[in-house]
Design a protein around this ligand. Structure first.
Ligand SMILES: [Zn+2]
Ligand SMILES: [Zn+2]
Ligand SMILES: [Zn+2]
Length: 177
């Protein structure tokens, strides 16, 4: 779910009469009992409205509508928290490029050109693969660990680490470095 969709759901919830809502029973105009969704518990203030005449199904419908008033904001909050946790973990396990010389004569301020230790100025063509900046490069500071260089099977297009692979869902965007 995109942030835009989440915003829209949240806005609809905020625009509705404040909760909690409740399922109540009250007689309709023709004195037949109806399922109502109310904004007060056990009071006669039926500001949300009747669901339908009482049947087994409309009792469930009324309960669902009433609970949606508090369930929806709770679900939005829970999803936001989960997405923010995913984003924080993804920010730690992000790609760190491993380069070889690209064979071009680059200037330091050229767009898309970076200075890499032991390689020099290099463009995207010199990138061999990405490793994980956390699992394989000591928090991006010290370059590729010996452990990674000797034991990890990294390749272009492969997940940079198991954590990155596990997080690689639609809601996560790597910075593509
Ligand atoms: Zn180049
Ligand atoms: Zn990692
Ligand atoms: Zn590695």
């Amino acid at each position: 779910m995109t942030e835009q969709e989440l915003e829209a759901i949240s806005a609809r919830a905020e625009a509705a009469t404040p909760g909690p809502w409740h399922k109540e029973y009250a007689d309709g105009a023709d004195d037949r009992p109806q399922v109502w969704v109310t904004t007060t518990d056990g009071d006669a203030e039926f500001s949300v409205g009747p669901v339908h005449y009482v049947t087994h199904q409309t009792q469930h419908d009324g309960q669902f509508i009433a609970d949606a008033r508090t369930d929806v904001p709770a679900l939005v909050a829970a999803l936001r928290e989960a997405q923010s946790t995913i984003a924080r973990v993804a920010a730690i396990h992000r790609p760190y490029g491993i380069y070889e010389e690209c064979g071009h004569d680059h200037e330091p301020d050229e767009p898309g050109v970076t200075e890499v230790d032991d390689v020099g100025l290099v463009c995207a063509e010199g990138k061999m693969y990405d490793i994980c900046g956390s699992c394989c490069a000591h928090d991006f500071e010290g370059g590729q660990d010996a452990e990674c260089a000797e034991n990890h099977a990294h390749a272009k297009g492969e997940a940079i680490c198991d954590t990155f692979a596990a997080l690689h869902v639609a809601s996560v965007k790597s910075d593509g470095a």
